[in-house]
Design a protein around this ligand. Structure first.
Ligand code: NAP
Length: 272
């Protein structure tokens, strides 16, 4: 079977009817918002996270949408599990049209505090998770001449930051991987893009503030608010649904001319 409808042919408001999409890290935060937005556009969905309870919750939240859904609980750092998940998705839906590599972890430390194991785990999840799933999904996409890969990187993949070098390394790698795989697939109907969110109001930010509190920051909420005011021209953390809209577009047939890009959605932090 070829890919989903050509641009403009999907039923009204259902831009992704006929699209089979996999979203990792779909149980919470940005991934959950992306899953909900894809579901609202009629996509058939394969949702991934490690927590089966979290997946059950998002599955319940989107149960009224028209597409079929499959929840798969596994660690994206596990290559064998990634390959099995793509195979299961193809068994169930016949193909995989769009892969949204969103699952990610964060760990704040100074460079000297990081253990090699910290670097390893951040790379295993944030980079190798993307590599394993993309290598599993891409052959089928190339064979059919249609595919959409959407990687959720970060502003941390675009510039340096203090006290999170392992995270930035992993996200710079995702931006680099996006550029390179896009070039290899551009002539064969497969697009590969990244979204680089700035500060987004999710559990990841809650964890960051909790971590600051354990390190002796007296009022992490106030410190964080000051940081946002100073760094973000919109003077607020963005909502996860403000990332989801771009992910839906990049995962759709309409985004056929766009590849190799890493698109900042950061409230205006960098406007160049
Ligand atoms: P979050 O609220 O912490 O959610 C992370 C999601 O990833 C959860 O669904 C989690 O589910 C899943 N996950 C974590 N490790 C996994 C693993 N090894 N295998 C499978 N699933 C895993 O984070 P978020 O803020 O939504 O972040 C989503 C993505 O956006 C990440 O790649 C992050 O780096 C990126 N990002 C976030 C921000 C921000 O400010 N929030 C900014 C820039 C970029 P389980 O716990 O059930 O596994």
């Amino acid at each position: 079977m070829p890919g989903p409808s050509a641009p403009g042919t999907a039923a009204g408001g259902m831009r992704l009817r006929g699209t089979v999409a996999m979203v990792t890290g779909a149980s919470r935060g940005i991934g959950r918002a992306i899953a909900q937005a894809l579901a609202a556009e009629g996509a058939d969905l394969c949702l991934v996270a490690t927590s089966r309870e979290g997946l059950a919750d998002v599955m319940a939240a989107i149960s009224g949408t028209p597409g079929q859904k499959l929840a798969l609980g596994f660690d994206v750092a596990d290559r064998t599990a990634c390959q099995a998940a793509v195979a299961q998705c193809v068994d169930r839906f016949g193909r995989l049209d769009a892969l949204v590599n969103n699952a990610g972890i964060y760990l704040a430390k100074t460079f000297l505090e990081y253990e090699p194991a910290d670097f390893q785990r951040l790379l295993d999840v944030n980079l190798f998770g993307v590599i394993h799933l993309t290598q599993a999904a891409l052959p089928g996409m190339l064979e059919r001449g249609y595919g959409r890969i959407v990687n959720i990187a970060s502003t941390a993949g675009k510039w340096g930051s203090r006290n999170q070098s392992a995270y930035n390394v992993s996200k710079h790698a995702v931006v680099g991987l996006t550029r390179c795989v896009a070039l290899e697939t551009a002539a064969r109907g497969v697009t590969v893009n990244a979204i680089c969110p700035g500060f987004i109001d999710t559990d990841m930010l809650v964890d960051l503030k909790r971590d600051a509190a354990t390190k002796g920051v007296a009022d992490p909420d106030a410190v964080f608010a000051a940081l946002i005011n100073q760094r973000v021209p919109m003077a607020r953390a963005l909502r996860a649904d403000e990332i989801a809209g771009m992910a839906v577009y990049l995962a759709s047939p309409q985004a056929s001319g766009l590849t190799g890009q890493s698109i900042l959605i950061d409230g205006g932090m960098i406007t160049a």
